[in-house]
Design a binder for this molecule. Structure first.
Ligand SMILES: [Zn+2]
Length: 183
């Protein structure tokens, strides 16, 4: 249904260098698998959202193709999640038709974007973060919003606007300077 839809390019996408892969390892504490590119960077240049293949090297399907790796932002979003806001947002989807339609459109966009890279039958129709009808993981939704730019994932846009440094045209660097030593 979305496979023949041509999307505009991801606005911030850049190649992933070996140095980026090293930073991702420091960010995650493990190797990031299936890396295609860096979909968004922190103001300091470190990867913030990594674009991954729909199927990893070992054959595992991987639906979350816009993966948030930036530690300070992962932590901030975890803090937002800890307030229990996902239940409230899911409930809002049930009574706000415009928001529900935008959330469903973000779901379709997520899949169409991933299918630019190929398909994996096991995850056909599956996006991320609880879309299209729920809000389960704000990290996944934020990954899409940061990669695609504002106006695609309104719930994540709202969350990012509420986080110092995350809601603007550039991600204001709040990286721990000590993590430089991991590079
Ligand atoms: Zn930074």
């Amino acid at each position: 249904m979305t496979t023949d839809r041509t999307l505009p390019p991801l606005p911030f996408e850049t190649p992933a260098t070996q140095a980026d892969l090293d930073v991702m390892r420091a960010q995650l504490g493990r190797d990031m698998r299936g890396v295609i590119s860096v979909a968004r960077r922190c103001g300091c240049g470190r990867p913030a959202v990594v674009r991954t293949a729909p199927r990893l090297e070992d054959g595992t399907p991987f639906p979350t193709s816009l993966y948030l790796t930036l530690p300070w932002l992962v932590l901030e979003i975890s803090r937002v999640e800890a307030t229990g806001v996902m239940a409230e947002l899911t409930e809002r989807l049930g009574r706000d038709d415009a928001l529900a339609a935008a959330h469903a459109a973000a779901h379709e966009r997520y899949i169409a974007r991933r299918e630019e890279l190929g398909t994996a039958d096991e995850i056909a129709g599956v996006s991320a973060g609880g879309m299209p009808t729920r809000v389960k993981c704000l990290h996944a939704l934020a990954g899409q919003a940061l990669a695609e730019g504002p106006g695609i994932n309104p719930i994540a846009d709202d969350v990012l606007t509420g986080i110092d440094g995350a809601g603007g045209v550039t991600l204001v660097c709040r990286c721990d300077p000590a993590s430089e030593e991991d590079r």
